[in-house]
Design a binder for this molecule. Sequence first.
Ligand SMILES: NC(=O)c1ccc[n+]([C@@H]2O[C@H](COP(=O)([O-])OP(=O)(O)OC[C@H]3O[C@@H](n4cnc5c(N)ncnc54)[C@H](O)[C@@H]3O)[C@@H](O)[C@H]2O)c1
Length: 364
Amino acid sequence: MPICHLVTGGAGFIGSNLVHTILRSQDTRVVVLDRLTYAGNLDNLAPVANDPRFTFVHGDICDRDLVRSLLLTHKPRFVFNLAAESHVDRSIDGPGEFVRTNVVGTFEMLDAARHFWSALQGEERERFRFIHVSTDEVYGSLGPEGFFTEQTKYAPNSPYAASKAGADHLARAWFHTFGLPSVTTNCSNNYGPYQFPEKLIPLVTLNALEGKPLPVYGDGKNVRDWLFVQDHCDALLLVARQGLPGETYNIGGHNERTTLQIVESICDVLDELRPPSSVPALHERGLTSYRTLITHVADRPGHDRRYAIDPEKISSQLGWSPTTRFDSGIRATVSWYLENRSWCERIHQGVYRRERLGLAGASS
Ligand SMILES: NC(=O)c1ccc[n+]([C@@H]2O[C@H](COP(=O)([O-])OP(=O)(O)OC[C@H]3O[C@@H](n4cnc5c(N)ncnc54)[C@H](O)[C@@H]3O)[C@@H](O)[C@H]2O)c1
């Protein structure tokens, strides 16, 4: 009997990469529950759409009856909770939706899972896991030294981070109070294929190809730890199979870069793969390198300065370490956006136009 995985948010960036990864194993089934917000995209699931082991359900994690009936119908061994509002800038403009999906939605998922798991017996009960997928942003901002560990105290600064922190606390409480075998993961910034182009790497890649300014917030020296999405998906599957209930695992790549370094890396890959001289609109303007498009813009209100993960626990206890070096990961990512322009264009036919978001909180 194939093992059923329920993935919420499976039409988003990480969720769709996770679904592809799961279905590469033979003895698996996947049910995706996704509300298809602006960030959810069925194109991301096109490679598996005709796989008989794949089921897509259009719905909301806040819909109690739907979530409960899905669990009873499909009887998953693993629930991966990725559905979320995920963009910090949008959480500044409209925090309410973040509280609804990230906090209330996670509560509904946890409580439905508790009822489902409580009625299981034997091996099914033993092996069931609820994997709550979270972020390193819950820990707040670091100074120039040090790393986030699983012991770092929560200090979320953006509405997004606060809503994820609230959800993490619920997952913890559902383990301690009700015994639900939940495991929480806190991961650093992901990059890779299928990321919605409001996020830094696809945004910069697509703007560059059109000769548009490449926006860098503030001085560009904010540091993030960047992890290739495939490494994150592999870690999530490992945590599901071997992680201990009630534990949290930090996932990161020891790959700290400033925003400016990331943007420069993208420009350098593009200079090589798609030189400005080969793009008529850029050639006409006499552009010799994409780096000349870099433009510093107003900083994000409350912008955390540095995040960095210490992945020692998942590495020593579960044997995980990232396999993709940044140089090859960024090259593969930029190449993917170059080769999948129709995917990008279909998104632009929707409502998103790569406009600046998240200045609502700035003092004028
Ligand atoms: N992207 C990162 O760098 C990163 C890093 C660490 C953790 N995370 C976490 O990983 C998860 C996935 O992130 P992502 O970047 O893939 O996000 P994303 O924005 O690309 O995708 C989110 C998905 O959730 C769906 N969704 C939103 N609200 C929903 C609801 N109420 N019910 C059902 N589905 C809903 C959307 O339609 C979309 O498909 C999130 O929980 C995020 O907090 C992301």
